[in-house]
Write a protein that binds this ligand. Structure first.
Ligand code: CUA
Length: 184
């Protein structure tokens, strides 16, 4: 099972569980049929229910959080740092820190199998920084935000030309906002 299929299965399973939970709450909140029926000892029942709820979410979090991209390659020092400044409607890529007043782009070549760190920011509005392989499959992505630097670490194992596309609608020429780099 591929990683995204696993996450989807987990999501659907938890959706069913949450649906069942809401159904249970709904059905137990209906009026009792006669005076003597109804919930026995509601406080204890709520406490038990709360424990089950906490347990289910603890299990789900412990499975999914370690798969979160924030922890990817966190323990590996980058072999190369690439600075990225997004602006309407281009990406400026450089191995040197980018001067916001005079942004200059360079051709970027990345060594395959070695960790690279992209330091991504924006010089105007929010953009997306999405890296696609030569088969047009999304490899990894982060947001480019004015006033923030988002670090994105990755190890490219397949040599080739990678395209960068903007993944957030940022204006009239959003669809044409792209760049590329080479992995060898
Ligand atoms: Cu930049 Cu869409």
């Amino acid at each position: 099972m591929k990683n995204h299929e696993f996450i989807l299965t987990l999501f659907l399973a938890s959706a069913v569980l949450i649906g069942a939970l809401f159904y249970y709450i709904y059905s137990s909140s209906l009026k009792p049929k006669s005076e003597n029926e109804g919930i026995q000892n509601p406080t204890q029942k709520r406490y038990f229910f709360f424990l089950v709820y906490i347990a289910v979410f603890a299990i789900l979090f412990s499975i999914t959080i370690p798969k979160s991209p924030y922890y990817l390659f966190a323990d590996k020092a980058p072999d190369k740092v690439v600075y990225v400044a997004a602006k309407q409607f281009m990406f400026v890529l450089s191995e040197q820190a980018i001067d916001a007043k005079n942004p200059k782009s360079e051709k970027i070549v990345i060594q395959s199998g070695k960790p690279v760190e992209f330091r991504v920011t924006s010089l105007d509005v929010n953009h997306g920084f999405a890296i696609y392989n030569s088969k047009a499959e999304l490899v990894t992505q982060t947001q480019a935000m004015p006033g923030y630097v988002n670090r994105l670490r990755w190890v490219f194992n397949e040599p080739g030309t990678y395209n960068i596309l903007c993944l957030e609608f940022c204006g009239s020429a959003h669809a044409y906002m792209r760049s590329s780099f080479i992995v060898k």
